[in-house]
Design a protein around this ligand. Structure first.
Ligand SMILES: Cc1ncc(COP(=O)(O)O)c(C=O)c1O
Length: 375
């Protein structure tokens, strides 16, 4: 793979050292071209573009996302955000016999919030012993036969640690609970196969590693669950006979689109298709190998410079999110930004997230500048 050649796809890389892909993936020329086409179509066709072109684009996106996740196209719904996707799922579950949801304390908060607002549900947070990972046994101790869903991340946004989905699926299913995965920080950088790993429900979106920008998210629901999961929030995109406009009758679509609500953001769909095209062309396994090289170089350089890291201890469980401890992370981020290096911070840590389009030289430079800032 000629990684250097891919850099031309992303104009931001010629202006900055961009190491913040876990917040927002770089905007590529293909995404820009897709949106330019959308605008031309809007201008040329008006509303006719909906039927002739844009419904097909929604199907193209569902098809590409299904292939990315190892799912069937009929198991994918488009959503405006993962928060909405989770709210739709949360609305579809019967909590009377199973009023508990198990999450991890390292998960992104929106995952727990969906259930914290429900008076009929108790949220259990599984603790981390080392601050970076969670031992699957901790989940096994927490999931019981009153648990409706074990819901946790594939990759933790705070530490980059990758969880073993198959092990967690087995823990959930042994107790009769559903297994839900927040894959926002893994899709596009770590391979996913929902059928192989026995995942019931998964949310993700194009914003980060999929290079597709904000305004959209993806929901996978296992086919065998679709009939039983009947959301109590819905809209005309979830209706079987959407274009009958019958206000007296509502039936859900048979496939995962039953979780869709209203008109999707078409600019976002086109940005997402452009990013997804790049990811599909390179392939996630190749991206994973490239990101592993960059991540391990970053970890080794930071450790050699005496910096303290918060990452998974086992290299195989590390992804391209590296947390470096700093007493003043906001100050460090501002210092680096003045030097054209874009990273991010979370309390107590500078967060550096390279993607396949970064270079070894950029990795070395961020560590050098971080060391200079601290001295
Ligand atoms: C792990 C994870 N889940 C979810 C989100 C965002 O969810 P939403 O699409 O609701 O903004 C993020 C980041 O923004 C994230 O890192």
């Amino acid at each position: 793979m000629n990684w250097q050649a891919w850099r031309d796809e992303f104009p931001i890389l010629s202006r900055t050292t961009y190491l913040n892909s876990c917040s927002l993936g770089a905007l590529g020329r293909r995404a820009q071209a897709r949106v330019a086409t959308f605008q031309e179509e809007w201008s040329a066709w008006g509303a006719a573009a909906w039927y002739e072109l844009w419904m097909g684009r929604l199907a193209e996106l569902r098809r590409r996302v299904a292939a990315l996740l190892g799912a069937a196209q009929t198991e994918i719904a488009l959503q405006p955000s993962t928060s909405v996707a989770l709210a739709a799922v949360a609305s579809a579950v019967d909590y009377r016999r199973r009023p508990r949801i198990v999450v991890a304390e390292l998960d992104f908060p929106t995952l727990a919030y969906q259930w914290m607002v429900r008076p009929d549900v108790e949220v259990v947070r599984v603790p981390s012993d080392d601050g970076a990972t969670i031992d699957p046994q901790r989940f096994a101790d927490a999931v019981d036969d009153r648990t409706a869903i074990l819901a946790t991340s594939h990759v933790f946004f705070t530490t980059g640690a990758i969880q073993d989905l198959r092990a967690l699926a087995d823990i959930a299913h042994a107790r009769g609970a559903l297994f839900l995965v927040d894959a926002y920080q893994s899709a596009g950088q770590v391979p996913i196969d929902v059928h192989r790993d026995d995942v019931d429900i998964l949310t993700t979106g194009p914003l980060k590693w999929l290079l597709g920008g904000p305004g959209l998210a993806y929901l996978y629901v296992r086919e065998a669950l679709l009939e039983a999961l009947r959301p109590t929030m819905t809209g005309w995109f979830g209706a079987r006979d959407q274009f009958d406009f019958d206000i007296a009758r509502f039936e859900f679509k048979d496939d995962a689109r039953r979780f869709e609500l209203g008109t999707p953001s078409l600019p976002s769909v086109h940005f997402a298709l452009g990013g997804q095209e790049v990811i599909d062309e390179i392939g996630v396994p190749a991206i994973r190998e490239r990101n592993r090289v960059l991540t391990e170089r970053l970890v080794a350089a930071a450790q050699a410079a005496g910096l303290r890291l918060r990452v998974a201890p086992d290299a195989d469980a590390r992804s391209a999110i590296v947390m470096i401890a700093d007493a003043d992370p906001a100050g460090a981020v501002a210092h680096l930004a003045e030097r054209g290096i874009i990273v991010d911070w979370r309390p107590g840590f500078v967060r550096i997230s390279p993607h396949f389009y970064n270079t070894e030289a950029e990795i070395d430079r961020v560590v050098e500048e971080l060391v200079a800032w601290r001295s």
